[in-house]
Design a protein around this ligand. Structure first.
Ligand SMILES: Nc1ncnc2c1ncn2[C@@H]1O[C@H](COP(=O)(O)OP(=O)(O)OP(=O)(O)O)[C@@H](O)[C@H]1O
Ligand SMILES: [Mg+2]
Length: 254
């Protein structure tokens, strides 16, 4: 029997009095990959921000993780539950290295001291998979990183923290061809070993190469316009959003 990991009901979000999301509903099962698609400005990144509780947005509706309402929990608490989100534009955090940040989260999770050596050992293991130089982790988090380096650093954090639910917002943007293919494989391998679930927001289907999405959610103007399987992803790739959205609109009028 499939079990729901994340479920969103009637999710709305607004900023500066403007409604961005209007009653978004969908769910992500355990060990499932869901793709969130939609044209620029549809509200995809806002869905990720609303799930994580970005204070910029006024959010209402239900956000359930393993059947518990998490809408009022802090980002830290959500991370402790095993939710990891990588945003479209990872923020620079001057004064804190990736290693220090990861150690803090690992200690919070464990509820006690984690030796620096074991943090570095884990980072080294994961960095090897990415072909990322370990010294990136000793630099201030994302400060001066290139676009692709930031994205690889996000995956490094994910692999080190071993979350149950991974939300990736345009993880492949800025990655070179080789890195894009590598990351798709790394994501698939991590899912196999951990049974994690992915909510993947992307405009570039190459990130899905090694993954098997079972659900695609099409968002437009802050609303879920269609839910389908991998066929919907292929349709978007082939026809583009404009054609599909006008077809859906016509179907609705019949
Ligand atoms: N702080 C803000 N103030 C005003 N409007 C905002 C703010 N943040 C987001 N929006 C608007 O909300 C809408 C949805 O933005 P969002 O970033 O979620 O789109 P998206 O689907 O992720 O698009 P893309 O594919 O370009 O990343 C956009 O029209 C955007 O301009
Ligand atoms: Mg976005």
């Amino acid at each position: 029997m499939t079990q729901k990991l994340l479920s969103l009901s009637n999710l709305t979000a607004s900023v500066s009095g403007r409604k961005i999301l209007c009653g978004v509903e969908f769910s992500v099962d355990k060990n499932e990959t869901v793709v969130l698609l939609g044209p620029n400005g549809a509200g995809k990144s806002t869905v990720a921000a609303a799930i994580m509780g970005n204070p910029k947005f006024k959010v209402s509706g239900e956000i359930k993780f393993l059947n518990k309402d998490i809408s009022k929990l802090s980002v830290d608490k959500k991370a402790m539950l095993g939710i990891f989100a990588s945003f479209q534009n990872p923020v620079e955090v001057p004064g804190v290295t990736t290693t220090e940040m990861l150690r803090t989260v690992m200690e919070e999770k464990k509820g006690g001291f984690v030796p620096l050596d074991s943090v570095r050992e884990e980072i080294t293991t994961q960095a090897k998979k990415l072909g990322q130089n370990i010294w990136f982790s000793e630099r201030e988090l994302n400060v001066g990183f290139s676009g692709g380096e930031k994205k690889k650093n996000e995956i490094l954090q994910m692999l080190t923290l071993k979350p149950k639910l991974v939300i990736l917002d345009e993880i492949d943007s800025g990655l070179d061809v080789d890195a894009g293919a590598t990351i798709s494989k790394i994501l698939a391998d991590y899912q196999k070993e951990s049974g994690c679930s992915y909510l993947i927001i992307t405009h570039n289907m190459r990130v899905l190469k090694h993954l098997k999405p079972s659900k695609a959610v099409l968002l437009n103007e802050g609303q879920v316009t269609a839910v389908g399987d991998v066929g919907l992803v292929k349709r978007v790739e082939k026809q583009g959003f404009k054609t599909i959205l006008s077809e859906i609109c016509q179907e609705g009028e019949k």
